[in-house]
Design a protein around this ligand. Sequence first.
Ligand code: ADP
Length: 505
Amino acid sequence: MVMKAFSYQTARDKIYNYFNPLARLGIRKYSFRLPFLVSVIICIISELYAKHIVHDPNSVGTYIIFVNVALILYFSFRDSIKGGYISIVITVAYYLYIIFDRHYEGSQFWVAVETTFWLAILYLILASIVGWLKQRIDILIEQEMIARYEAEARQAQLETILQQLPVGVLIVNRNDNKMIGNKHLEKIINRKVPSSLVLSDATEPITHPSTDKKIFPQNWPIAKALFKGEIITGEEIDILRKDKRKIHLSVNAAPIFNKNKEIIAAVSTLYDVTEAKQLEQRKDDFVNMASHELKTPITSMKLYIEMLLKWVEKYQDEKINKNLHSLRIQTERLQELVSDLLDVSRIQTGKLYFRKEKFDIVDLIEETVSILQGATNKHTLVFSKKESIFIFADKFRIYQVLTNLVTNAIKYSPENNEIIIRIKKQHLKVVVSVEDFGIGIEKNQQRKIFERLYQVSDLKTKMYPGLGMGLYISKEIIRRHKGSIWVEGEKGKGSTFFFSLPIKK
Ligand code: ADP
């Protein structure tokens, strides 16, 4: 029953839409057949009516003109100029048929011809205007429809991308605070995204990751982007979900501007980095623990080696002596590595502390150079002593930086044996440099080598042992002393490492 009613309804709709010119606006399919057939049928009916119903061929008069005008207007509006003109041709042909069929003569003939002519002109004007208007409207509607279709398609595309992104995305409108979030965001926060951003202090608690302090909604990354136009990258926040799970997010946010450079919305991306953080924490804890655990046995090992060395010296056994020396060097290396690991772990956990004092850095350099010169017989360390320069710093840590730079200079210049250490005053700073003529560093790597565990990865550099911790530790030490550290030089020609520190007045 329902099916029948439904098909009847659609059939009726179809017929209605076929004949209703308003329903055909925007459809640029203009029929030939319909105006032709209907016009012909109307003329035939008129002819039959006059000859066989009224029995007066001359009764075809003014009424047919009205009917024709109506038809021409209808077809011009339905099928544009084409439909109107077809109807005109049939109409005029019918008028001419009447003139010849009724055997008009003399002035009656000429009046009929003239009337037909002027009516034809009138019909043409009407059909042209209405038909042209119909075509223009169709084109406009079609363009509008295409634009709308494209906008909808773009919107759908964006919507799909937004929903499928493997990161939480939040968009907030400026004028009504309306919020849209994607599925991934709902997964991260374990709830539906509220429909609007409520900037009340009573809303969900968002906390600072390291201090656990509450971050009020006005200071949420999305609010800062929306109301202050700030661009936020990698801000870390913690949120407590309804299921009591605390999750750690890394958030980016940026304002969206209109053509007049006014903020109309803001978009924020949220990454759940809880697991990565936990893993990193576990790694740091492990390194910290392992370094602590290793420290004690290595120190004892060193002590035993020293004792053994002294004891063995009595026996003058060359072979044992040599082996014990190598063992000592390896143990020292192990000790340095463990102590570097411990330092990295201290930096990561914010537990690198300094014991600052006032001392002469020129003296410290001289001392360091003499110790390191004692450990190498291949390289010459050049340093010309100058007048004292006092700084206020942790002496051991500055010694550590110097040792790291000079040992790197030795390590990475196997062919050239000169290393020049310089010191100079510059305004209120002292600048120390260590220059070598070794393998050098590519320009694009010169910043990266100060990152944690970074090592230049080309084949030649890979041959040198190391873990990429020394420069990272040095950078932290210098940075925390309000100084800076950098490198200059070229690949293949050598490098000069600089660090600067404030002078103690
Ligand atoms: P590593 O233990 O690997 O030497 P560092 O942090 O001291 O760690 O150095 C990081 C990287 O920087 C090194 O692996 C090396 O590629 C590069 N580098 C450091 N000093 C020099 C230098 N004097 N000449 C060339 N490359 C250097």
